[in-house]
Ligand binder design. Structure first.
Ligand code: AMP
Length: 254
């Protein structure tokens, strides 16, 4: 497993692999890897001779400085997990190199990105789409693996790839959950014991309520949960809630 920090070096490697006709599977992440990320890596391993994992905590997609600054990081553990999952290259770019243009150029979607997460986190999806476009241009994968945990993000990236005629297959992987139903997330580590005990009600309520309204009514009964939104859209139910200082999102198919 090779660790690549320079963009030029990653581009050279991608070029060589493409010349050799080796299909590249790409899993972009913000690190602090868990079993959800591992499931994406496992799928890439099955589908491709080469798997590339990127770890980049993307500053432009955070709409709160404190969230960015407090984002959990454990590179040593990430590298152990990457190796265990037979990743070929770990790409860890530097933010000044990624944003060589000082973020003057941005990818903005003007419809779906304004809803749900986009409505509550202004600029979030512009940050996501911009960094993903940059990463795809560097890594040049044939297949891109994304989690349905972030379903709106998955669909927006899929649409961007199609809008810009990029020859990439976007594969949505199912959400991995803890035994009690809580969707795995790097941010779960921020939950204290009481919050962690309460957190599974989010998935439970989303999955068992007849309407978004009913789900919202059930969630607001919990003193420690602050509901940001519960919305049904195109046969999927999406929600974001705060548990103390931690924001959780989840979605279920209806
Ligand atoms: P992140 O590091 O949170 O930016 O996530 C990187 C990728 O892993 C994204 O495509 C996420 O949707 C995906 N992912 C995160 N959590 C899960 C999960 N619990 N199950 C499946 N995929 C996930």
């Amino acid at each position: 497993m090779q660790i690549i920090k320079s963009i030029a070096q990653m581009q050279d490697i991608a070029q060589q692999l493409n010349n050799q006709g080796k299909s590249i599977g790409f899993v972009p992440t913000m690190g602090f890897l868990h079993a959800g990320h591992e499931s994406l890596l496992a799928q890439s391993r099955v589908d491709n001779p080469i798997s590339i994992l990127s770890i980049f905590v993307n500053p432009t997609q955070f709409n709160q400085a404190s969230d960015f600054e407090g984002y959990p990081i454990d590179l040593e553990k990430d590298l152990v997990l990457a190796k265990k999952n037979q990743v070929d290259y770990v790409f860890i770019p530097d933010k000044t190199e990624i944003y060589v243009d000082a973020y003057r150029y941005q990818v903005q979607e003007n419809q779906h990105s304004m809803l749900l997460e986009g409505e509550h986190r202004p600029g979030h999806f512009t940050g996501v789409l911009t960094v993903v476009l940059k990463l795809l241009n560097i890594v040049r994968p044939q297949k891109l693996y994304l989690g349905k945990k972030d379903y709106q993000q998955y669909r927006l990236i899929q649409d961007m790839v199609s809008a810009f005629f990029m020859p990439i297959e976007v594969i949505g992987c199912e959400t991995l959950r803890e035994i009690d139903g809580l969707a795995m997330s790097s941010r779960n580590v921020r939950l204290n014991t009481e919050e962690r005990a309460l957190a599974p009600v989010l998935y439970d309520v989303l999955a068992t309520s007849k309407t978004a309204y009913e789900a919202q009514e059930k969630l607001i009964k919990y003193d420690f949960i602050k509901v940001e939104y519960v919305t049904d859209l195109e046969s999927r139910r999406y929600a974001a809630v705060w548990l103390g200082q931690t924001r959780l999102i989840d979605n279920v198919e209806l």
